[in-house]
Structures are given as C-alpha cells and as structure tokens.
Design a protein. Structure first.
Length: 562
C-alpha cells in the first residue's frame, strides 16, 4: 500500500487528532510520532506544541535510549507541486540555535513563558540533559526539497534531518507492500524431523531447526528488502540485541539456541519439503528481523551447531489470508510486563468469572492476541487503569500504563472486591463517560485519554457519600448482571458526567484562555486534579441543598431501580 500524503487526502490518516484548537500541522506531527516514532497517543500528544508563540518549535522528544534530543518543526503544504527551499531550513536552523547551551535553552524557556514550548523544556528534563545528549532537528512536511534545500542540507545534514514526501511514502510500513524478488533457496534438513501442519490445499506450515549459516545467506538482508513486511527494522544495539550478539559469539551455547530462541517466521509462495531439504521461493521474513540481522552481522562466529527454529508458511502473498498473517505478525511487540501476568492465578480467576457471569455480554482479555469470545472485550490493562483511577484514586498516573503489571499489580488486582462484576461496572462507567466527552468546549481536552480517568475519579469522589451509589459499588454483582439495571445505571451516570463537564468548562474557561490552560500537565498534576474535584464536589453539594439538582439516590429510587 502506498500512502497518499498530498493535501487534503493526508488528513484522512489523522482525523482523530484534528480539533478546532489544534493546527493541522500539529495534528500531522502527532500522527508522524505515532506512525514513525511508534509513540503511543499520550506520549505523542505530549511531545507536540500546538499553539502559536512557541518560537519555531513544534515539538520536542527526548530519546533516553540513544541520548538524543529531537526538536521538531512540521509544515503541512496544501499544494502537492510545491517544494521546500533553503529559507525554511535556515529559519529552522536558527530555531535549533536556541538549544545550543543550557543558557540559551533557559532563555528560550523564560522568554516563551506560558507557552507549550516553555512547559516542554521545563517538564521534560531537557535542561539537565542538554549537555550530555545530542541535539538535532527534524523538519517534517508532505512535500520535497528543491535544489536550494538539497544544497543547504549538504552543509547542515548533521544538524537537520529532512522528512518529506518521498521519505514518508518510502518508510510507511503496510501489509500491502510488493514482495521482494529473490532466487529459490534451500535448507539442509537431512536427519531432522520436520513438523508439518496442512491448513488446506496450497496452505501449510512447516517447522524445522535451520542452520543459522544458511539463514544469513537469504537475499535482502543487507538492503533490508527481506524484512519489507516487518514493522521494525534493525533497532541497533539495544539490550536485547546485545544479549543476542553475546549468545552468537558464545559458541558453547550454540546447540542450546533452539531451546531459548523464539524462532523465525517466513512466508513463501513456493515451499517444497523432501527428506533432506526445505526449498522456498518468493519469501520474506515476517518475524525475526533483529535475529537474522544480528546473525548476519556476526556471521564469522556462526558454527554448524547454531540453529534456529524456523516456521515456513506456504501461502499466496497476494491472498487475504497472507495479508492477515502479515498484519498480525507485524503488530507483535516485545514481551511486556503484562504478558508475564497472563498465567497469574488472579487473572485466570477473573477471566473465568467473566465466562461464568457475562458470557455473550462481556469478555476479559488477559493475553495479547488471544481471540475473544462474543461480547464487549475488556483487557486487563483497561481494567487496571480503571481501578487506578477509581479504586486507587490516582487518575493522574494512568499515563504510566506499565505500572498496572509491575509495582501496582497486587495493589490493583489482589483484592477481594476485584471481581468481574466490578470491572464490568467500571467499563460501563467509562462507556458512559465517552458518550459525554463531546460536551467539553475543548476538543483536545475531550480527546485526551487521561480526561476519562479524571472524570471517573471525580464521579466517585462526588458521589462517595450517596447511599445508593455506595450500595451499587459495594455489591456490583446484583446490578451489573441484570442487563436492565446495568443500562439504567449507565443512563443515570451519563447525566452526572454531563454536569461535571459543564463545571470543568466553567472553571478552566478553556475557550477564553486556552493559552493559559495546559491540559496535559494539569491532568498529570495530583494537586490540580484534587483541587478541581473539590470545586466540582462543592458545587454539587450546593446545588443539592438548593434543590437545583437531585441526588443519585433520589434518581435511583424515583425510577424504581431498587
């Protein structure tokens, strides 16, 4: 698939980021960070300055992995036949001069006080890292350079990386790319038992331990065409790749490699198996880019004992099934803390409770990639974030999703009250919240994921002393398992959320003072969220006393819910 980066077709790639308070170029940059930097939604949004007055800086990303500070400038051209010359790049180079020293960056922060760039500098730790990290600029646009721009970059290529139309289209990874062309190759499997699974005529899988010395001879390793469909290219000297290289160089462990290595996956149009060889053609590696690249780089250390379990899938690359396999394989990520909890007794228990009490309505996903049964699927990651906001009362920390399965796992899940019923209740609350987010005057605030968790926390605090609310939240099984009661519960909550959103609109006055309201920082600030919650709580209690608003209990009883 070739991506269309001409305007206005390009906007279709990031409709979810477009908002009245955010420029199209800022939305373009958020999409770029998600698509090409692989940042998640919150991290990508937080890295972008989306308001005027940011001194030529449209975004900042600090990469602690390779100790680099990247300064972004994005320009979205409405004319596909236009080009970028040296003037725009010269201006951007001037912007980068503001980050040459701690003093110049501090001056920028002080003179741009109240803007997003000042907040990014202050909150990111940039001033502490600028002396030891490399600073470079990245200019992103949907058109290409003219000759003046090319000549300018010949002199300043170490300082500025240009990302234009050609780069965006050539580096966009999709499951619909053309297959690289290679010659027929064969692997020696004499004396080795191969496992074979036939799916249907012309579609099968063969698994065998294959010599690494033969894998490194596959076409397309050096130019990376072998990994056309792999979502990631070589990641360099990461800790995982360093360990992999050590195991390649340690010849004493070669014979044990199939025991601890996850293996390689290859899709091939041609697959033929005999008693002594496996022959493939029209092939590409779907999974195993890091391993094959590391093997090729260290091929002088390879012995005949070093083998990798390799799965060969015979399939027409142009078929829908092949595209599906490619998509699923390319979406695989490294092992996370969540994966190690998939066999945890607590998680297994919760999953069984969903099957027992909510079959056909809700299901519980505890392992990435598993096929969920019918019904609304709730992941254990979602559940953990719900409970971090609602039970633990820390919505400002929900951007740190990894904590759900690390330090906070026992605190969140290891409690008697944590049942399938409670998770369903929190999911219903979240769905009700999502249905009311359009009530915010600020589209960017409505679209910010942490906003939902803040509202969940506020609702609990506002209604904490309501008898009916306490009865339901303390015994959710009685109400959530009954579809009619659960639906009524959702409707009452929707009204409550709408009222809270009105209060937030009035308190933040976002539409009038948007430059002074840093929603990204505020929603991660425990003191601000607590303060806003007290304001909302006080307003609710005042309205109840003045009979301007009914209590949750009154609405519940009035509708014969108990």
């Amino acid at each position: 698939m070739i991506i269309d980066v001409d305007y206005p077709a390009l906007l279709d790639n990031f409709r979810e980021h477009l908002a009245t308070e955010r420029s199209e170029s800022a939305s373009f940059l958020i999409w770029y960070l998600e698509q090409y930097y692989r940042l998640d939604e919150v991290e990508a949004t937080d890295a972008v300055c989306d308001e005027p007055g940011d001194k030529g800086v449209d975004g900042i990303f600090i990469n602690d992995h390779n100790q680099t500070i990247v300064i972004f400038q994005s320009k979205l051209s409405h004319r596909s036949n236009s080009t970028v010359g040296d003037s725009s790049l010269r201006a951007f180079l001037g912007t980068l001069k503001q980050f040459q020293t701690v003093e110049s960056a501090t001056h920028l922060m002080n003179t741009a006080s109240g803007t997003n760039v000042a907040r990014l500098i202050r909150d990111s730790g940039l001033l502490e890292k600028i002396l030891s990290y490399d600073v470079r600029g990245e200019f992103i646009t949907n058109i290409d350079l003219d000759q003046n721009g090319i000549d300018f970059l010949d002199q300043h290529g170490d300082e500025i990386t240009f990302i234009g139309k050609k780069w965006l289209t050539s580096n966009y990874i999709s499951d619909e790319r053309d297959l690289p062309k290679q010659k027929i190759v064969s692997f020696d499997v004499f004396g080795v038992s191969c496992a074979e699974h036939v799916v249907e005529d012309g579609v099968r899988a063969v698994i065998a331990p294959v010599r690494a010395a033969e894998l490194v001879k596959l076409d397309g390793i050096e130019d990376q065409s072998l990994f056309t469909y792999n979502v990631r290219g070589p990641l360099g000297r990461t800790s995982v790749n360093k360990d992999l290289e050590k195991s390649i160089k340690r010849k004493s462990t070669h014979k044990h490699c199939p025991l601890f290595h996850n293996g390689i996956t290859v899709i091939a149009k041609h697959l033929e198996v005999t008693s002594d060889k496996i022959e493939i053609g029209g092939y590409y590696v779907v999974n195993g880019c890091q391993s094959v690249t590391s093997l090729h780089k260290n091929r002088s250390h390879i012995t005949d004992q070093l083998k990798l379990l390799t799965k060969f899938i015979q399939m027409d690359p142009s078929s829908a099934e092949s595209q599906q396999i490619t998509e699923y394989s390319n979406n695989q990520n490294g092992v996370r803390s969540r994966d190690f909890k998939s066999n945890d007794a607590i998680q297994i228990r919760l999953q069984k409770e969903f099957v027992q009490n909510y079959k056909g309505r809700f299901s519980y996903e505890i392992k990435r990639g598993e096929t969920p049964p019918p019904g609304r699927s709730i992941s254990n990651e979602e559940a953990g974030l719900y409970m971090m906001a609602f039970d633990l009362g820390e919505p400002w920390g929900t951007h740190r999703k990894y904590e759900v399965f690390e330090d906070k796992h026992g605190t969140l899940f290891g409690k008697p009250h944590v049942t399938a019923d409670r998770i369903v209740m929190l999911s219903i609350i979240d769905d009700a919240i999502k249905g009311q987010l359009s009530g915010f005057k600020s589209e960017v605030l409505a679209k910010y994921r942490l906003t939902r968790y803040m509202l969940m926390y506020m609702l609990k605090e506002v209604l904490s002393e309501d008898p009916a609310f306490s009865k339901i939240t303390n015994n959710p099984s009685k109400y959530m398992r009954d579809e009619a009661l659960a639906a009524r519960f959702s409707r009452i909550f929707s009204g409550r959320i709408a009222g809270i959103i009105i209060d937030i609109n009035m308190e933040t006055k976002f539409s009038e003072e948007e430059a002074n309201f840093d929603y990204r920082r505020k929603l991660k600030d425990a003191n601000w969220v607590k303060g806003m919650t007290k304001v909302v709580q006080k307003d609710y209690q005042k309205n109840v006393l003045k009979s301007k608003q009914e209590t949750f209990e009154h609405e519940w009883i009035a509708n014969s819910f108990i």
